[in-house]
Design a protein around this ligand. Structure first.
Ligand code: COA
Length: 700
């Protein structure tokens, strides 16, 4: 989205609905602009008052003798559209509509919001809101909001879908000395959304980390693309609340049933490198860490503590979060041994003991920081009678300054006796917490981001595969003409063939003789299956015969299947019996697709067979932008990966054939948006190649 620069760095701002009366929102916005130190021109717009807070007022924006870059609208909802129209005519570039009473109140408000949005697009105006608190840029400086608090200057861009949440956070930030570069209250996201501001903040030199509180994403594809690019430049940390209404649809496929409602969001965030925080506390713990610390160069953590218990808790949490408790080099251990009391714990955690003064902490911190196996350090201080909080904090600050590549964190267990130490560390850019867990969570997030970034920067390009789209189009057209939604086995087998998905061949037959001829052609043994779009579970109605070795057995099998199905489901239409080559047993897997309303098709891979929903050994990726590297990671996330690598002396499966098949399924579902669900279950993996035994496709 072009032109957001003029929203955050406007040369002139108008406040439509500005008021002389303290206590009114139109008054607060004027005061906030003035108090923030905004250097541009401010124009109060009010039908009666010609002067507000010493500023010259005008009855409308079109009468302002200046080019207005940003107008903040604070008039009642019924007057907002006219105000927007006036701004549009006056060539205003950006609108912030704080007014409530739109989409959030129901159909009538929604209609009004649509009108407001279309006025903005008619005049090419960017709009934030309606129903928002406003926007801020501490570097301009600009406070175009009615927030009670204005934050310190910093490098965190905060985008929030909840106005109340943003106001509360800004107020809190002052008490902990946290600084922001920008704050955007997104409101109803009538026109601009988090996507536009993530894009903008990614290129903002004043922003080092982007944090978001969001409740929904309405354009999954654009979000995905923008976020993926943004993450290459700086970390994006996000809290997503609210149960997804657009989650996986009520599904009849195995894959659909395996996907939870929040899965698409989780998968999308993972795939585009966004770090998902589980709470607001975690969001800000991570924000503080990213804002101040260098990215750790690896996952190895050193712990220095004056107390055993917190050291153990930290160790457990480090290991439980996929990080590593650093193993010191002999030189470090020797150094510690020579300089610590004999009772001290010299392995990691380094326990400097309850009687440690600042000098002992200092020695331990210097010693572990010199060890090449250490990427992050957590310093734990418990308030014993002799703990020197401030002196120890100064020692930590000095060590940090001498080791700019190491990420330092502090946990100050206690309260009253900490003195100014907490602030000293925070002000020196050392993320400091009361307990050790948030420090570990922050390191985990930072290490996770480093890995994502490395992966994203070394991303594999998508390689186009040879497919026959026209053949699939014809098959789908036939199915639609038949007024069917579910493809027959013979049709799915042809679709698979057109996309190079290896599948056991299927012939549809309508007499016992035809079935026998098909068996002769395919070669024995063969499998017979009832062909009916209305029968999902064929075995349950006696509709499957396996291991038939001759034309005679096939004829007999054909007749038995027809009799069984007629008895079990007398009124169900049947198209005949499918004859399929019987494949040798391989590792039983599933590849599937279910659709999310925001993020489109999601590909599933895992352990297949009839127990798939019981075992639930599956991983997911969005089909959007999937590549072979991601597919390999997806396979590695499952337990059946161990089987595929060759379990207990078995030879390994043909991984490349499997990766290629998953990729082709992704291409198919991306090319044909009418595919509603797809299950390839089971698909057998062999040492040489793979073969799909049962492919189910249903259309929208
Ligand atoms: N152009 C310029 N000024 C206009 C105007 C127009 N078209 N129409 C009205 N005004 C003036 C009014 O005269 C008044 O000025 P005054 O104080 O000098 O009399 C001022 O604009 C405000 O109008 P008023 O009718 O008094 O409204 P209000 O201040 O009571 O309420 C809102 C306006 C926007 C604050 C209110 O409608 C609202 O939406 N409140 C909720 C905000 C909110 O919670 N947002 C979401 C946060 S998450």
């Amino acid at each position: 989205m072009a032109g957001l620069e003029s929203m955050f760095k406007p040369s002139a701002v108008a406040v439509v609905g500005a008021s002389k009366k303290p206590g009114k929102i139109g008054y607060s916005i004027i005061r906030n602009l003035l108090d923030s130190g905004y250097q541009g021109k401010i124009y109060p717009i009010n039908p009666k008052d010609k002067e507000i807070e010493g500023l010259t007022g005008y009855p409308s924006v079109s009468e302002v003798p200046d080019q207005v870059d940003l107008a903040i609208v604070s008039v009642p909802a019924r007057a907002a559209c006219d105000a927007a129209e006036d701004c549009g005519k006056a060539g205003v570039k950006n609108l912030v509509v704080v007014t409530a009473g739109f989409k959030e109140i129901g159909d009538e408000g929604k209609e009004l919001e649509n009108r407001l949005t279309s006025i903005c697009s008619q005049y090419g105006m960017n709009m934030v809101g309606p129903n928002c608190v406003g926007v801020m840029d501490t570097h301009t400086p600009l406070n175009a909001s009615f927030s009670g608090a204005y934050p310190n200057k910093g490098n965190i861009a905060f985008l929030s879908q909840s106005g109340a949440m943003s106001i509360a956070i800004l107020d809190w930030s002052l008490s902990v000395g946290l600084g922001f570069s920008k704050m955007v209250s997104l409101g109803n996201k009538g026109s601009l959304s988090e996507i536009d501001f993530i894009e903008e903040a990614a290129d903002d030199p004043d922003t080092n980390v982007i944090i978001c509180y969001i409740e929904d994403i309405t354009d999954g594809e654009r979000f995905f693309k923008v976020a993926k690019e943004a993450v290459k430049k700086k970390p994006v940390v996000l809290v997503k609340s609210g149960v997804s209404q657009a989650g996986a649809q009520a599904a009849s496929s195995h894959t659909g049933a395996l996907a939870g409602s929040d899965l698409a969001y989780d998968t999308a965030f993972k795939q585009c490198g966004i770090i998902r925080a589980n709470s607001m506390t975690e969001l800000f713990d991570l924000a503080i860490a990213f804002s101040n610390s260098p990215l750790p160069e690896g996952d190895k953590v050193a712990i220095v503590t004056n107390s055993g218990g917190p050291g153990i808790i930290t160790t457990d949490h480090v290991e439980g979060n996929g990080l590593t408790v650093a193993r010191f080099e002999d030189k470090t251990s020797e150094d510690l041994k020579n300089n610590m009391p004999p009772e001290a714990g010299l392995n990691n955690p380094v326990d400097v003991m309850g009687d440690a003064k600042a000098d002992r902490f200092d020695y331990a911190l210097k010693s572990v920081s010199a060890d090449p196996n250490v990427h992050s350090v957590i310093n734990l201080m418990c308030p014993t009678a002799v703990t020197e909080f401030e002196k120890t904090s100064q020692a930590l600050i000095d060590v940090k300054q001498k080791n700019p590549k190491i990420a330092y964190f502090a946990a100050m267990l206690g309260g009253e006796s900490l003195g100014d130490a907490f602030n000293m560390l925070s002000n020196a850019g050392i993320p400091t917490y009361t307990f050790p867990e948030p420090a570990v969570n922050s390191i985990r997030g930072m290490v996770q981001y480093s890995k994502y970034k490395e992966n994203l920067l070394n991303e594999e390009k998508e390689v186009p595969v040879q497919v026959n789209k026209d053949a699939v189009k014809d098959i789908f057209n036939n199915v639609k003409q038949d007024n069917r939604k579910v493809l027959l086995g013979s049709e799915t087998s042809a679709v698979a063939e057109a996309y190079g998905i290896p599948a056991a061949k299927i012939s549809l037959t309508t007499t016992a003789d035809e079935a026998a001829a098909a068996g002769d052609k395919l070669g024995y043994p063969v499998v017979l299956k009832i062909a009916s779009p209305d029968i999902m579970h064929k075995t349950d109605v006696g509709g499957v015969k396996v291991g038939l070795n001759s034309a005679e057995e096939v004829k007999q099998g054909y007749n038995e299947i027809m009799d069984n199905v007629k008895k079990a489901l007398p009124d169900t239409p049947v198209s005949g019996v499918e004859v399929q080559s019987m494949m040798p047993k391989g590792t039983e897997l599933i590849i599937g697709m279910t659709k999310d309303a925001q993020f489109g098709p999601m590909i599933a891979f895992g352990m297949g067979g009839i127990y798939v929903n019981l075992i639930k050994d599956v991983s997911f990726r969005l089909a959007m932008g999937i590549n072979n590297k991601e597919i390999r990671e997806m396979i590695q996330e499952t337990k059946c990966y161990k089987l595929l690598k060759g379990y207990r002396g078995d030879p390994p499966a043909d991984m490349e054939a499997l990766v290629d098949t998953i990729y082709r399924v992704a291409c198919l579902v991306r090319d044909f948006s009418e595919i509603k669900e797809m299950d390839v279950n089971p698909i057998f993996a062999y040492t040489d190649g793979v073969s799909a035994l049962d492919v189910k496709i249903s259309l929208e």
